[in-house]
Design a protein around this ligand. Sequence first.
Ligand code: TMP
Length: 225
Amino acid sequence: MSHPGLFITFEGIDGAGKSSHIEGLAAAFRTQGRAVTVSREPGGTPLAEKLRDMVLSDPMDALTEALLIFAARRDHLCNVIEPALARGEVVLCDRFTDATFAYQGAGRGFDLGVLSTLERMVQTGTAPKADLMREPDLTVWFDVAPEVAAARLAGARIPDRFEAQPIEFFRRVAQGYADRAAAAPQRFARLDAAQDRHRVWQQLTSVFVRKGWLAIMVAAQKGPQ
Ligand code: TMP
């Protein structure tokens, strides 16, 4: 049976715990016979991964940062996301444009109007329908207090340019996500990511079961490792 592609993104501040659930979800979809592409932003193609390295480590101003992130997104959309959706796959992407509004917009204070213009420019003309602006079918938002996220990250690895930011930065980023979710409530599913991994997994899978995308049995079998 052929399925339409599904584009699902995962968002939250650093330390929200989203990445550990994405592989579990991919396994659950595969158990049901769906082909899955797992990817991330910035990144997902050889070019976009090079841009990711720069964005995460090289000092730069806010406009340069936003332009590099959107350049990486365009390459990723054209070469990975759209082809996978055209094949009817489930695309699970660790972060997408909501992160740009949260980090560059709310976090860095970069002009939201410019980000909206770039969003439209970069995400239009990649889908088969030429005038469609590609957006996620669902965005799962792992909502957690910056203090909880910071405690989880403490000592975990050498921080990149974002992880090294002070807690006030993450308060603004968290508010940026809340604003994006309030503006598009039909696209967002909010999870209480302060709970333990198993509970977060249950919240996550129940969203997909409610949408009819995962069978209850499969959701119950798979879980965070
Ligand atoms: P992560 O994928 O390990 O979370 O690292 C990506 C970092 O890049 C994370 O700190 C958030 C940041 N980022 C932005 O600032 N803007 C964006 O648009 C995206 C996708 C990520």
